[in-house]
Design a protein around this ligand. Structure first.
Ligand code: FES
Length: 118
């Protein structure tokens, strides 16, 4: 696993908020949306797998992000869709809190999440 990218200080992302890290920084296919829920952080590709909608424009409910366009839901922990119309998971990325900073590992799946073809 690479060294990761420091994306923000702890406290710079509000509880319930999201930080979008551009693909020019992550060198991934899509921008990455990093969601904060309490003291936990979850990173997903910032693109719904149903059609073209930014998950960062959606909202989080009960550990899932709701797509703003047709209301598909994806589990934050592993990117799996939990309702139609999405049927394909969205890639996750590992996030760690080290000392006072949030470190993102683009392209490294979150622990327990499926490894997806990219
Ligand atoms: S684009 Fe996300 S549910 Fe349709």
């Amino acid at each position: 696993m690479g060294e990761g990218i420091v994306i923000a200080g702890v406290g710079e992302v509000a509880d319930g908020g999201v930080l979008v890290v551009p693909k020019s920084t992550t060198h991934t296919e899509e921008d990455i949306a990093v969601f904060r829920v309490g003291d936990d952080y979850f990173a997903l590709d910032d693109m719904c797998t149903h059609q073209e909608a930014l998950l960062s424009r959606g909202w989080v409910e009960e550990g899932e992000v709701v797509c703003p366009l047709h209301l598909a839901r994806f589990r934050l922990s592993d990117g799996m869709p939990t309702c139609f119309p999405a049927t394909w998971p969205t890639p996750t990325h590992r996030v760690e809190v080290r000392d006072d900073v949030i470190v993102l590992f683009p392209g490294v799946p979150a622990e327990g999440a499926p490894v997806l073809e990219r």
